[in-house]
Design a binder for this molecule. Structure first.
Ligand code: X8Z
Ligand code: ZN
Length: 609
């Protein structure tokens, strides 16, 4: 098995050190060939990426056997092309330093970064395997999109089951919704996923990586091991705050449900946190509100009364244009899917697209009139505005500085949706300012953001173990729960067996979207927010800052977005924040008052599990 010469590649990939001899060596014949290769690649790659995106858009907005087969066929061509180009490009690694910076960066991104861009999985050498890889991937995604839990003729979609978890406080009803989804869709994905792992690894090996985990971890302008260590370092900074939130939440749930359902110590069961994956707990806000009735921070009722799906999306667009960014193209409004088309199957999990890689922006979502979905719309628009800022770059550089940046752009904007902002928009009547209101507001945010941190980490910790072969299929589910218990302090509400495949019940696993990006984004968005607030001249506490309407902040943000993947992410981060490292101190600063309050509330309890 081949492994990569990472030290050489990363010395070139990073931007830490000036070249030893400053004079540029003369271009060899090989370097001239590389330059031509990159120009040709741009044309070929554009063609296959657009075709694959068109076909998956068609399938995901109208799942049929024919659309699924067409999506698989286009994905196969895309994956074959990526694998072919990467294999051919390896030859130019020795002359990277002779190339002009933009050409060099395109090769580096092709070799190391493109494969975390979804839904790209480089093809194995054997054409039969590459066909199967694309088919299995398309099938897993369709199964998830079509997933339903039926009791006789009464069938419920994921959105309907999620509503049960959000609103019921009857543990048996919650258990039925949780178990229904996991037992049905998770299990349906299991055998396909086992197949997928072998095929995707064969593809990663064909382009010189040991496995998919090594390939994914190599996409961060640093060696794979260093990246993994970086994620652990960041989580270690945040663990104490998560542990306090867990402890407080467990205490409240114990009060609601009693020792038999939620014990006073140890981990919490996964079905009582208002979310199918217990990844964010904001639907439990009412039960966990520090000072009940002190101030309204939930704008769901106002949204339901005043806005529809397009109105919610317009509100999001207005935020971005208030920063000086352009309006969304007219085609966005014509081509997007805002609701599941009646009578059709679709993948409702929200996503943002530039189907033709030329500002052909589209949103695919089944919008509900809730605060959660208003924030998701701003999240998706962050992807759209990234696309809009960089679509003129060579195709291979039309990516985020790293994938965590892409996920952080819209979330950063959503951090500026403060109570004062909502009041300005007519979604809150009054904004009071005192310590109790601050704590209520922060608790609401923490249930969304802090609860998420360990989940953001474990999904790919699990996949890294799976793809590297550290864990075998018989232990897939056991390992999933081992990690969820270790990092999240969450356990399954009923016993699970090796026949269950609970990771398959989470969209990103069957859809093969890497997940560490969301953990990185959770850290980066507070770092971005801190930097933007500073640029806007804001000097108060971070949670009160809104950059709404601030063109200076907007301009700095847009500048970073325009870089796409043309520079290592450390350079992009520096351009906005002056910092070259991902850093969790901004989140800790934001939530400091809540952390102190939680420590006070949890006094005398033995926190942790
Ligand atoms: O998948 C998403 C977005 C699309 S990129 C809706 N998110 C993760 C999830 O839902 O699990 C955003 C938060 C984390
Ligand atoms: Zn996203």
């Amino acid at each position: 098995m081949r492994t990569l010469l990472l030290p050489l590649s990363f010395a070139l990939l990073g931007s830490c050190c000036p070249p030893k001899n400053a004079a540029k060596p003369a271009q060899s014949a090989l370097a001239a060939e590389a330059t031509k290769f990159v120009a040709d690649m741009d044309v070929e790659l554009r063609r296959v990426l657009v075709a694959a995106a068109e076909a998956s858009w068609t399938n995901e907005t109208d799942i049929t056997d024919a659309h699924e087969a067409a999506a698989a066929a286009a994905a196969k061509i895309q994956n074959d092309t990526i694998a072919k180009l990467i294999k051919a490009a390896r030859k130019y690694e020795p002359v990277l330093d002779q190339l002009d910076p933009l050409t060099r960066r395109q090769l580096q991104v092709l070799l190391y970064v493109t494969t975390v861009a979804t839904p790209i999985a480089p093809s194995p050498d054997d054409p039969a395997k590459s066909e199967e890889l694309a088919k299995v991937a398309a099938e897993m995604s369709s199964i998830y999109g079509k997933g339903k839990v039926c009791d006789g003729a009464d069938c419920k979609s994921l959105d309907q089951l999620s509503k049960v978890l959000q609103s019921t406080r009857d543990p048996n009803a919650a258990l039925a919704a949780w178990k229904g989804w996991h037992d049905t869709v998770g299990r349906q994905e299991r055998d396909l996923y086992v197949k997928y792992v072998g095929l995707a690894n064969a593809g990663a090996q064909a382009i010189g990586f040991t496995d998919v985990a090594a390939m994914w971890k190599s996409a961060y302008d640093m060696p794979a091991d260093a990246f993994e260590a970086e994620t652990d370092r960041l989580f270690d900074q945040l663990r104490p705050l998560y542990t306090q939130l867990h402890c407080y939440t467990r205490g409240k749930l114990n009060g609601m449900y009693g020792d038999a359902v939620v014990p006073k110590s140890g981990p919490m069961p996964a079905h009582l946190l208002g979310n199918m994956w217990a990844q964010s707990w904001d639907w439990m806000y009412k039960e966990l509100e520090p000072y009940p009735g002190e101030a309204v921070v939930d704008v769901t009722p106002a949204i339901a009364a005043k806005l529809d799906d397009k109105g919610m999306t317009r509100l999001g667009e207005t935020f971005y244009t208030s920063l000086g960014m352009p309006p969304l193209p007219q085609t966005f409004w014509e081509r997007s899917m805002f609701q599941k088309p009646p009578g059709k199957e679709a993948v409702c999990h929200a996503s943002a697209w530039d189907v033709q890689f030329n500002n052909d922006l589209r949103l695919k979502m089944c919008i509900q009139k809730t605060q959660e979905d208003l924030i998701t719309i701003h999240h998706e628009l962050g992807h759209h505005y990234y696309f809009a800022a960089y679509y003129k770059l060579p195709i291979v550089l039309q990516l985020g500085a790293n994938d965590g940046f892409h996920e952080a752009i819209g979330d950063t904007v959503a951090l500026s949706m403060t109570p004062a902002y909502y009041k300005q928009k007519g979604l809150l009547d009054a904004v009071a300012k005192n310590d109790k209101v601050t704590l209520n507001f922060m608790m609401h945010k923490a249930l969304e953001k802090i609860a998420f941190l360990p989940f953001g980490l474990v999904v790919d910790k699990w996949r890294w173990d799976v793809f590297s072969g550290k864990v075998q299929p018989a232990q897939y589910n056991e390992r999933w729960w081992e990690l969820r218990k270790q990092y999240q302090g969450i356990v399954p509400p009923v016993a699970r067996t090796a026949q269950d495949f609970d990771p398959g019940a989470k969209y990103h696993v069957p859809a093969n979207v890497p997940y560490m990006r969301y953990f990185l984004a959770a850290v980066l968005q507070f770092q971005f927010h801190r930097a933007l607030c500073k640029k806007a001249g804001f000097t108060g506490p971070l949670h009160e800052c809104s950059i709404y309407g601030n063109k200076t902040a907007g301009e700095a943000y847009w500048k970073m977005l325009q870089l796409g993947a043309s520079k290592p992410w450390q350079d992009a981060l520096e351009s906005l924040t002056g910092e070259r490292q991902m850093d969790a101190t901004a989140i800790l600063e934001y939530f400091a008052p809540l952390q102190r309050w939680l420590e006070e509330q949890n006094k005398g309890q033995s926190c942790g599990w």
